[in-house]
Design a protein around this ligand. Structure first.
Ligand code: HEC
Length: 255
C-alpha cells in the first residue's frame, strides 16, 4: 500500500515538474500576470480620472487661489478610490505577499502610475491655483492624457484613453481599439473588459470600457452640437452610454 502511494506521488510530482517547466505553462503564467496587471492598471487610471471629476468644482473655483489640491491630497484620494473598487491598498502594495490578485508586475507598475499621476498634479499646480479663472481645461481627459503619457514613457506597458470619434486626435483608436469599441457600443453596459493576444502572441491588448455618468453630460451630453464650456461640440450622450475605453498594451517576452 505504502509503495503504491509512493509511486503515485512520484508520478504526480513528475507531471507537475513537466507542467511547471513547459513553455506552454510559462506562457500562460506570463499572460495571466500581464492580464491581471493590465486590468488593475486600467482601474487605477479610471480611479484617477474619477478623482479629478470629483474635484472639478474646486479646481474650477475662480474665487479661490490656493486650492490645497496638492499631489499628496490627490494621491490619498486616488489610493482610497482604488481601494474602494478593488480592496487593494497601493500604498502598502510592496509589503503585501505576492498573490494571484496582486502579481509581481502589478506591484511594480501600480505605484509607478501613482508617481506619474502625482507629477501631473504637481506640474498643474500653477494652473489649478489660478484665481480669477473658472474653467482651466484641467479635466479628467487632460489629466488622463498627461498621466498616461508620463507612465508610458517610463514603462514598457502603454496606457491610453480612446473613443471612436475623439475630440482630441491624439486619442484616435488604432484598428484593434476601434473594432473593440464598435463591438462594445452595440451592447448593454458591462463591467467586463476585453483581452486578446495580438501580433502572434507577442502583445497583450486589454480594453476596459468607460461609461458616461451624470457629471460628464454637461460637456458630452445634449443638445448635440451645442458648444460646451471647453469649446467643443457636445456629443449628445446620455447617462450610461459608452464614453470610450482605457486600453493597456503589454509586450510579452515569451513566445
Ligand atoms: C468640462 C467638460 C468635460 C467634462 C465634464 C468631461 N469631459 Fe470628457 N472631454 C472633454 C474635453 C475638452 C476632451 C478633449 C480633451 C483633450 O483635449 O485631450 C474630452 C475627452 C474625453 C475622452 C477622450 C477621448 C476624446 O474625445 O478625446 C473621454 C473618453 C472622455 N472625455 C470621457 C469623459 C467622461 C467619462 C467624463 C465624465 C467622468 C467626461 N469626459 C467629462 C470635456 C469634458
Amino acid at each position: 500500500m505504502m509503495k503504491l502511494w509512493k509511486t503515485m506521488m512520484t508520478g504526480l510530482v513528475a507531471i507537475l515538474a513537466v507542467l511547471v517547466m513547459s513553455p506552454e505553462w510559462a506562457r500562460s503564467v506570463e499572460r495571466a500576470e500581464a492580464e491581471e496587471t493590465a486590468r488593475l492598471l486600467a482601474k487605477l487610471f479610471s480611479a484617477g480620472r474619477m478623482v479629478i471629476d470629483q474635484n472639478q468644482a474646486l479646481i474650477d473655483d475662480s474665487h479661490r487661489g490656493d486650492k490645497g489640491f496638492t499631489p499628496e491630497v490627490f494621491e490619498q484620494q486616488l489610493i482610497q478610490e482604488f481601494r474602494k473598487q478593488t480592496g487593494i491598498d497601493v500604498s502598502r502594495i510592496q509589503n503585501t505577499p505576492v498573490s494571484i490578485t496582486v502579481p509581481p508586475l502589478a506591484r511594480e507598475l501600480l505605484p509607478a502610475f501613482v508617481v506619474a499621476s502625482k507629477e501631473v498634479i504637481r506640474d498643474a499646480q500653477v494652473v489649478i491655483n489660478q484665481r480669477g479663472i473658472g474653467y482651466k481645461n484641467f479635466i479628467p481627459a487632460t489629466y488622463g492624457s498627461q498621466a498616461a503619457a508620463r507612465f508610458s514613457k517610463q514603462s514598457h506597458v502603454r496606457l491610453k484613453q480612446t473613443t471612436l470619434q475623439p475630440r482630441n486626435p491624439k486619442n484616435e483608436p488604432d484598428e484593434y481599439e476601434a473594432s473593440v469599441l464598435k463591438w462594445l457600443s452595440g451592447r448593454p453596459r458591462a463591467e467586463a473588459y476585453v483581452s486578446e493576444l495580438t501580433e502572434e502572441g507577442r502583445t497583450l491588448r486589454v480594453v476596459m470600457p468607460i461609461y458616461y455618468v451624470r457629471d460628464c453630460l454637461k460637456c458630452h451630453g445634449e443638445p448635440k452640437g451645442d458648444l460646451d464650456i471647453s469649446g467643443y461640440p457636445k456629443e449628445g450622450a446620455r447617462e450610461g452610454d459608452l464614453a470610450g475605453a482605457i486600453t493597456v498594451t503589454t509586450p510579452l517576452n515569451l513566445r
